[in-house]
Design a binder for this molecule. Structure first.
Ligand SMILES: [Cu+2]
Length: 125
């Protein structure tokens, strides 16, 4: 019997032992929301994960749409074991922002990703 030739990294090998969804932590929800438009300047970023994460391995950087840095968001644990949150260190001007995040997966790998949101103040009457 012949087996298909596969090139397996450590990650893929683990994915065979465990369902792939279990291996790597995913971002499931965020506040400000993923691709959301908010009318009040957000003061913190809160991220909800598919698995418990180590706050020490979790962090985020806020960027402007042109990818210039706005500030580092220091993530800490919350009362919800599946979420972390951190303060936005500056008052945000209206515009589109990118949250670049990283966290640790159960298999020890660092997972990174990003999402964007837009801050558009409500029109004054
Ligand atoms: Cu992995």
């Amino acid at each position: 019997m012949r087996y298909p030739t596969l090139v397996l990294g450590a990650c893929a090998a683990l994915a065979i032992a465990l369902p792939a969804a279990v291996v790597h932590t995913k971002l499931v929800k965020a506040e400000p929301g993923i691709d959301a438009t908010v009318t009040e300047a957000p003061k913190q970023v809160r991220l909800w994960w598919s698995d418990r994460t180590e706050a020490a391995l979790t962090g985020a950087t806020l960027l402007k749409e042109d990818r210039s840095p706005v500030g580092v968001i220091k993530m800490a644990e919350t009362d919800d074991s599946l979420s972390t949150a951190g303060a936005i260190p500056v008052a945000l001007a209206p515009g589109k922002y990118i949250v670049m995040w990283k966290t640790g997966s159960r298999d020890g790998h660092v997972v990174r990703g990003s999402y964007s949101f837009t801050y558009t103040p409500a029109a004054k009457p």
